[in-house]
Design a protein around this ligand. Structure first.
Ligand SMILES: NC(=O)c1ccc[n+]([C@@H]2O[C@H](COP(=O)([O-])OP(=O)(O)OC[C@H]3O[C@@H](n4cnc5c(N)ncnc54)[C@H](OP(=O)(O)O)[C@@H]3O)[C@@H](O)[C@H]2O)c1
Length: 345
């Protein structure tokens, strides 16, 4: 071998080794970072260096399911910065309580007229036009729609009544789509706007014992991903907010496999869940920065989601080791229970 080719070989190896070491270091640092954060890396970056929800001061944000949980805490995180709000859900007393607490947090940045409460059942699509018009007449505009109202499910796939599937799609999908269409028409007219939906990590990958819920959230991703591409370059943003387990009334309120039944098992303090406050704060940051899709959840969820999305083969192996009940325990911090504990797997 000539001395020229020897030098060439030596430098090629050095370059390849440097690239390999760089890729490995990047991978290890990435994995370490994912173990430390409670949301995806883009949202982590925005929470440290991005736009604060203060940027939305004076804007009008219409939130569904604002009487408790993530909707309530998103409303509060925005009210702190003087964002005007339309709060909707079915329970008027809870909505009034949230309004009072939002006004306290706003510390004179907002007055009584800056928060409008509209109680209504979102599954009654015939009410949507009137409600949206009422909000528009009150504020003259709507800047952001946050579709948050929704319910989960705990059930075995083969036992689920079709009536439950239909009700869950009516609440988690068709109500969202119908209200979003009204908002998008308004945004088209004014040439700007932002629609967001509180989906779930169950919209990013499948979860066991929640088949209909997983399907509704995947359907939402399909609708919103399609809409985002249609609105490219039109100053209309589309955000999918995807929380993992969060402390709210959610588990208790979940559908089961039977029509008319609620899961009825409350989250416990010792459960591994994000607080509603933190989730609301992260949602507000995602809105201020107009992210496309934001994932939120305590360790080990972020490494888990990144693996599921970017390394599906590794994820399949991990799932095989974990099994459906292992994944369920990671989600609910307890084993699955049907019929209030009478029928166990
Ligand atoms: N908590 C979690 O672990 C978690 C994880 C991932 C995603 N999410 C998503 O977060 C969203 C909010 O859930 P949450 O956890 O905050 O639960 P939550 O505390 O039970 O809140 C649900 C909200 O939806 C409203 N709602 C339910 N049915 C309605 C209807 N027919 N018409 C109008 N409003 C209705 C409820 O208000 P009223 O009862 O007053 O109507 C309530 O304000 C859901 O879309 C859920 O899929 C939650």
């Amino acid at each position: 071998m000539s001395s020229v080719s020897k030098i060439f070989e030596k430098y090629t190896m050095t370059v390849l080794e440097t690239i390999g070491a760089g890729v490995l270091t990047y991978g290890v640092l990435h994995l370490l970072a994912l173990c430390l954060v409670d949301c995806d890396l883009e949202l982590t970056f925005y929470s440290l260096f991005g736009k604060s929800p203060r940027k939305l001061k004076g804007k009008v944000v219409f939130i569904t399911g604002a009487s408790s949980g993530i909707g309530e805490h998103t409303a509060k995180a925005l009210a702190k910065h003087g964002v005007r709000l339309v709060l909707t859900a079915r329970r008027p007393n809870e909505l009034e309580r949230v309004k009072t607490e939002c006004l306290q947090l706003a510390k004179n940045q907002l007055g009584d007229k800056d928060i409008l409460v509209i109680p209504f059942d979102i599954t009654d699509l015939s009410l949507h036009k009137g409600v949206f018009q009422q909000a528009l007449s009150h504020f003259g505009t709507i800047d952001i729609l946050v579709n948050n109202a929704g319910r989960s499910q705990r059930a075995l796939f083969e036992h689920i009544d079709m009536a439950v599937d239909k009700q869950m799609f009516e609440l988690n999908v068709f109500a969202v789509v119908n209200l979003t269409r009204l908002a998008v028409k308004h945004f088209n007219e004014k040439g700007a706007g932002h629609v967001a939906v509180v989906s779930s990590l169950a919209g990013v990958f499948g979860v066991p014992y929640s088949a209909t819920y997983t399907a509704t959230k995947h359907a939402i991703h399909g609708y919103f991903d399609g809409l985002r591409i249609e609105k490219m370059g039109q100053n209309i943003a589309v955000t999918l907010l995807c929380p993992g387990p969060t402390f709210t009334n959610f588990l208790q309120e979940s559908f089961t496999e039977k029509d008319g039944q609620k899961y009825g098992i409350p989250a416990e303090r010792k459960d591994r869940r994000m607080t509603g406050e933190r989730c609301g704060q992260l949602c507000a940051i995602a809105l201020a920065n107009r992210t496309q899709e934001s994932w939120m959840g305590l360790f080990p969820l972020m490494p888990f989601v990144y693996t599921a999305v970017y390394f599906p083969t590794v994820s399949k192996i991990a799932l095989r080791l974990l099994g459906p009940r292992g994944l369920f325990k990671m989600r609910d911090s307890k084993d699955i229970q049907f019929d209030q504990g009478k029928q166990k797997l």
